[in-house]
Design a protein around this ligand. Structure first.
Ligand code: URP
Ligand code: ZN
Ligand code: ZN
Ligand code: ZN
Length: 483
């Protein structure tokens, strides 16, 4: 056989091990892993490089419609471009149902938004905001069968939140059809009550966003949805966990033998509530929900990444420009915190921040890094073993890292369409230099080589972590379905 591309002499993280080998690629997939492979039609010298599976960002928002007049800065071109430059080769953004409309309409609309733009592969999660009888009985089951096998539900935000009864209904559909449910857990009524009291005291600056959503509010909703997971007997995944309180609830559920999975994000390791309390309106740059907490909670999150409370590390990239009447300042630069669009950018900095702070600082191992950022999200959302691993038969989605290079993060080096990064000035060690998607070089040495539209839509399989325990296959891949 002849390889289309051979990567020679690199250090490769494959299947939980760190090995020195060549990688032979043919027709977009990995065809061989061995010590000395014959030359390909093209060779890449991998000496001095660390070859990791391309990252799978299981939580990012691109071109997602909003209800308040704001606009997300990144579409599928700038969002996937930014992801790729940060070492990510698969993204899973959200097709969001609008209340009063169907889920199918959201999916159709989102495909139009993505068409012809992505430079790396993408799948969709759904957001279920209006679980009507039609959605529960027909639309959702049909979409799960078509490859939209994960969906997010909210306990907060007026235009998205479900009440407890609705959550139980939706969990029950997930159980019957084998889908993975992601939960945004914050108690909406507590937030509304606290927000009113703060506003009554004139406390409307961005910094008070954190005070309106304290850890107890997240802890309560986290515990509640864990109880629902037990009641319905279905696994759930708690997204963007911010600190020790919610983590204790998750650990409690996990220790009970419940399948409670959890995700955290860079903002809970590298930001604190102090960043929201910056002078003037600047703190709006770091407004996201749940809010970043304090140094003690940052440490708890690191411990949870190292100790197995978290399976997934995502960006929760939610891109709003700062100095923009369609961005953070959609209600002006003096707006009360409740009118500031929630979310921060981070799809490009996700992997370098965790690599530097985690692997280089000795807090997590290199195989743990790969599991948290690629393998586990691929498994959790039904894309494994095609994505998330370096193995024979897998898509040749690879990031060739220089593990030594020192980079001072600054927005002018990033490739998103946002006008700031909350991580400005942070020094990291290690950055992906060459990024390959299905055997094609997407980014190399700071240059984009892919064409818009090169990224393909991925239908997701039923996630193994969501399967009833009694029906689990022997293997994660399609072969496993035979057993
Ligand atoms: O504040 C955040 N995280 N905005 C993005 C939407 C979400 O809830 O994940
Ligand atoms: Zn061929
Ligand atoms: Zn959320
Ligand atoms: Zn999000």
């Amino acid at each position: 056989t002849e390889f289309d591309l051979t990567i020679r002499g690199a250090t490769v993280v494959a299947g939980g091990d760190v090995v020195a080998c060549d990688i032979g690629i043919h027709d977009g997939r990995i065809q061989a892993l061995a010590e000395h492979l014959p030359a390909g039609r093209r060779d890449i010298d991998g000496r001095g490089r660390l070859v990791l599976p391309g990252g799978v960002d299981g939580h990012c928002h691109f071109d997602q419609p909003t209800m308040d007049g704001s606009r997300m800065a990144d579409d599928f071109l700038t969002g996937t471009r930014s992801a790729a430059f940060g070492g990510t080769t698969t993204v899973i953004p959200f097709a969001c149902q609008m209340k009063g409309r169907g889920l199918r309409a959201a999916v159709d609309d989102y495909h139009l938004r993505a068409a012809g733009k992505a430079v790396i592969d993408y799948a969709f999660h759904l957001i279920v905001s209006d679980p009507t009888p039609e959605v529960l009985a027909n639309e959702l089951p049909a979409l799960i069968d078509e490859g939209y096998t994960s969906f997010k539900i909210y306990t907060t935000y007026d235009d998205l939140k479900l009440d407890d009864r609705q959550i139980l209904d939706v969990l029950s559909v997930a159980r019957d059809h084998g889908a993975m449910v992601m939960v945004h857990a914050e108690n909406a009524d507590c937030i509304a009550w606290l927000t009113e009291r703060l506003e009554g005291q004139g406390k409307t600056a961005p910094g008070y966003h954190a005070a309106s959503r304290p850890a107890v509010v997240e802890r309560e909703a986290t515990h509640r949805v864990i109880a629902f997971s037990e009641l319905v007997d279905v696994p759930i995944l708690i997204v963007h966990v911010s600190g020790a309180d919610a983590m204790r609830q998750i650990r409690w559920g996990q220790d009970r033998g419940l399948r409670i999975y959890a995700e955290t994000c860079p903002q809970y390791l590298f930001l604190t509530a102090d960043n929201l309390a910056a002078p003037g309106f600047e703190g709006a740059k770091c407004i996201c929900s749940p809010p970043p907490r304090d140094a003690g909670n940052q440490q708890a999150i690191w411990d949870g990444l190292a100790g197995g409370v978290f399976q997934i590390f995502s960006s929760d990239h939610a891109p709003f420009r700062y100095a923009d009447p369609q961005g953070k300042q959609v209600h002006g630069e003096k707006a009360a915190f409740r009118y500031v669009p929630n979310g921060i950018p981070g799809v490009e900095t996700r992997l370098p921040l965790l690599f530097s702070g985690g692997v280089r600082e000795g807090r997590i191992s290199l195989p743990q890094f790969v599991e948290l950022t690629a393998t586990n999200p691929a498994k959790m959302y039904g894309l494994y073993p095609r994505k998330g691993t370096i193995a024979v038969g897998a898509d040749a989605d690879l990031a060739l890292w220089d593990p030594q290079v020192e980079v001072v993060i600054s927005n002018d080096k990033l490739h998103h369409a946002v006008d700031y990064t909350p991580y400005e000035g942070i020094t990291v060690h290690g950055w992906p230099m060459t990024v390959i998607s299905r055997g094609e070089v997407v980014c190399d040495g700071g240059e984009l080589l892919a064409q818009p539209g090169q990224g393909r839509f991925l239908r997701c399989g039923l996630p193994r972590p969501a399967m009833p325990k009694s029906a689990r296959p022997l293997f994660d891949g399609d072969l496993g379905r035979l057993f």
